[in-house]
Design a protein around this ligand. Structure first.
Ligand code: 4NP
Length: 157
């Protein structure tokens, strides 16, 4: 882990929340002039190799971002060496990551909304089983988290 900061966003399926977090973070970092490596992954394996959920693609597109080429992958132990920050979207995935993290790994683990003042400990709710409006909430949450995390990394944290 040297050079530019590397950040991995992790949800369950890697087709709804974490791809949106990845896209929002890429945009926020670009706007801040921050050079970063960014990826996303799921703790589950159901959607490996699949594109994001069409509702996630649509909400990203509504905000000017194209995530249709993203593909699902499952988080793996080597990710804890590749990334400086491994950022979970909710508590269940944070617990899975803690269990998966190799002894002595340097990557910092957090919840995305821990980085947002006043929202520490909050989860980004899973929109998968709900209607399309849930994805607007997801977008708002991941955008807040992404901007706050960019600020923190830009300040050296
Ligand atoms: P994500 O949403 O974790 O935000 O990508 C889900 C996607 C798929 C499933 C659950 C949540 N699933 O059960 O297949």
């Amino acid at each position: 882990m040297s050079g530019r900061p590397a950040i991995l966003f992790v949800c369950l399926g890697n087709i709804c929340r974490s791809p949106l977090a990845e896209a929002a973070f890429r945009l926020a970092a670009e706007r801040a002039g921050l050079d970063v490596a960014v990826d996303s992954a799921g703790t589950g394996s159901w959607h490996v190799g699949e594109p994001p959920d069409p509702r996630a693609v649509a909400v990203a597109r509504a905000h000017g971002l194209d995530i249709a080429d993203y593909r699902g992958r499952q988080v793996e132990p080597a990710d804890f060496a590749r990334f400086d920050h491994v950022v979970a979207l909710d508590h269940a995935n944070l617990s899975r990551l803690r269990a998966l993290r190799p002894e002595g790994a340097q990557a910092r683990l957090s919840l995305l909304l821990d980085h947002v003042p006043g929202r520490a400990g909050e989860a980004v709710a899973d929109p998968y089983y709900g209607g399309p409006e849930g994805f607007d909430t997801t977008w708002a949450d991941v955008t807040s988290g992404a901007r706050a995390l960019v600020r923190r990394i830009a300040e050296g944290g």
